[in-house]
Design a protein around this ligand. Sequence first.
Ligand SMILES: [Zn+2]
Length: 327
Amino acid sequence: MRFPTKDANRHLAAISLDLDNKWSYLKVRGTPGWEKFPTYLDIFIPQVLEELKNLGLSITFFIVGQDAVLEQNREALQLLTKTGHEVGNHSFHHEPWFHLYSREQIKEEIQRAHDLILENTWKAPIGFRGPGYSWNQDLIEILAGNGYLYDASSLPTYLGPLARIYYFWTSRLSKAEREKRSELFGGFKEGLRPVKPYFWHLPSERFLLEIPVTSTPFFKIPFHMSYLIYLASYSESLMFNYLRFAVALCKIRGFGPSFLLHPLDFLDADLVPDLAFFPAMTMSRDKKIRLFRGVINILSRHFQLVDLRTLAQNILESHRKKSRSFS
Ligand SMILES: [Zn+2]
């Protein structure tokens, strides 16, 4: 199945996938054994690349530095750039309380992951996404200072606190661990942030493009793949109607979404039994892949689907044209 990809009249929409590994889910939940960094990347990456190839899609994969250290993951990570996908930086430790780090710690996280991604995939990342959508002002300045073109960490939604309650409810954490995770997924004020891409203009005269993970314009409800699959566990037609509604709102606002994927959108409890606690893991991976194809079919009818680098360069180019015509 191949979808049309070139049409000058359609907005660009970006597809990206956060390569959150098995150990990172176990770690956030406080499950022992994560310290050995159990992985599924060697199984998952070849599988998802095959699916993307059949759909004719090039996307952005955000890599966690810790995974690039392990020999077992290397071949799979190299496949990403060999097959023409973009690689982005997803921090070294993938700790969702990243926004609580000191400036020095943030610098270290970014540089260490950057070097490992470059060494293992032979491509230097120009984009960053914070673990668990966490970000702060120091992060933006460090990225701009390191020559990054865009940050993709923000997820403007009012539902962050509800996601956090769900996590606490399903995990076994001590009081100290809960405190560390107290701002997981952001507060209600995250919902006030813009849905459309925008520029950070920094005191250092530098700038950085912010490409938020798109939530529905006006309502700020997520529609990334995991959320859609969660809806589909109740009703597939509800899921597809909600997606069409979100697409229509993006078109009214005059932009293409940044659409987010995760490995668990393609895996099931059969393949990864230790993550059976996660929402929608009882849904079969065959069904998940069928839903994914349906979602891509709808998105590609309305937008030209690209990786985040292409979207970022396109936004930058049209911004330059506009400022030239005003000068
Ligand atoms: Zn992540």
